[in-house]
Design a protein around this ligand. Structure first.
Ligand code: TXA
Ligand code: MG
Length: 320
């Protein structure tokens, strides 16, 4: 690797973290920007590096569920059923925070987000570090989450001390967030662990309420998030030909992103994505970055099926 910030050295990452530095880490969902969750000065650096408002809480990553009670209190029995079913994996739970947890991590809230990632390098790092790592996605606030070490470098290369190389993130979009901190258990952010899969384990239908949240506290629920710099539209495939014709007539350079075969007319560039949610999720953020780098005037993304709930959620936020 030519870039000397990108490394596979886990011991080096641990010593940076212990010294209060920032290390970008691979996870199976997207890359995270990690700091020692018990070191407030280190955690502050995360907010500065991302340009993230201080009232947006961070997820704390642990190497297994046995540490949960160090970080959270009143963890309901049904949360443990989800840990058994989905951890390690792309699931985050929100619970009441343990009193000793610093407000900086939780954005001043009395709840905490916890996740046990499955990525082998994240696991090895957490085990070697021996504690919790606060880590949001390793992108600038509001931008597309990174799914490769190179994406991380492009986002926060100057702000991190080290980027741990872990290959391409397998899932490709952020974890499902389930909120157990109130009586009405709900999904705050859909992910590739679907509401159906969670409902099956819980034994009741769990609602997704992320979209209705108007407070900025769950940044992933802000209307505009995960967004490319180029204006992007989400559009029905049936409306695409007219939209292309209109915009082309105005001399606009277009990039089309679609899971359906689009005929290339020469006036636009098409990025074709797989026609199934698993592979689509794996590729979508890289495709949005690629589309951005093409410096087009407009990105047109064709609508995906409603059943692709987590992907549709991200596309809605990436577009206007
Ligand atoms: O897959 C993921 O979850 C990735 C990887 C790195 O683990 N992390 C991630 O973190 O997406 P971040 O900070 O970009 O998004 C986490 C979301 C934010 O919208 C945050 O507001 C919300 O989780 N969150 C964290 N703690 C919370 C809490 N106590 N209450 C409500 N929302 C919370
Ligand atoms: Mg994020």
């Amino acid at each position: 690797m030519m870039n000397n910030k990108i490394s596979t050295d886990i011991e080096k990452a641990v010593s940076i973290l212990k010294a209060g530095g920032l290390v970008a880490i691979p996870t199976e969902t997207v890359y995270g920007l990690a700091a020692d969750a018990l070191n407030p000065e280190a955690v502050k650096k995360i907010f500065a590096a991302k340009g993230r408002p201080a009232d947006h809480p961070l997820i704390v990553h642990l190497n297994d569920a046995s540490q949960i009670e160090d970080w959270a209190i009143d963890v309901p029995a049904e949360a443990y059923r989800l840990f058994d079913a989905f951890w390690p994996g792309p699931l985050t739970v929100i619970c009441k925070k343990a009193p000793k947890i610093n407000d900086i991590v939780t954005g001043g809230q009395d709840t905490i987000g916890l996740r046990v990632p499955a990525h082998p390098i994240a696991q090895a790092l957490l085990t070697a570090f021996g504690g919790g790592l606060a880590a949001p996605s390793a992108n600038k606030f509001g931008r597309i989450s990174p799914t490769t070490a190179e994406h991380v470098f492009a986002e926060v290369g100057n702000e991190v001390d080290l980027i741990l190389e872990g290959g391409r993130a397998e899932v490709g979009i952020e974890s499902t967030i389930v909120d157990f901190s109130t009586k009405d258990t709900r999904i705050l952010r859909p992910g590739m662990i679907s509401s159906h899969a969670i409902s099956r384990i819980l034994g009741y239908e769990i609602p997704i309420i992320g979209k209705q949240i108007s407070t900025p506290r769950v940044s992933g629920s802000l209307a505009s998030h995960y967004a490319p710099r180029t204006p992007a539209e989400l559009i029905d495939i049936l409306d695409l030909p007219t939209r292309i014709a209109d915009l082309s007539q105005q001399g606009k350079k277009l990039v089309i992103i679609s899971h359906l075969a689009i005929a290339n007319t020469g006036s636009q560039i098409s990025i074709n994505l797989p026609n199934n949610p698993l592979d689509y999720a794996y590729e979508i953020y890289a495709a949005l970055r690629e589309a951005d780098n093409l410096k087009a005037d407009r990105i047109l993304i064709t609508k995906v099926p409603e059943e692709w709930q987590a992907i549709l959620d991200r596309l809605n936020r990436a577009t206007y």
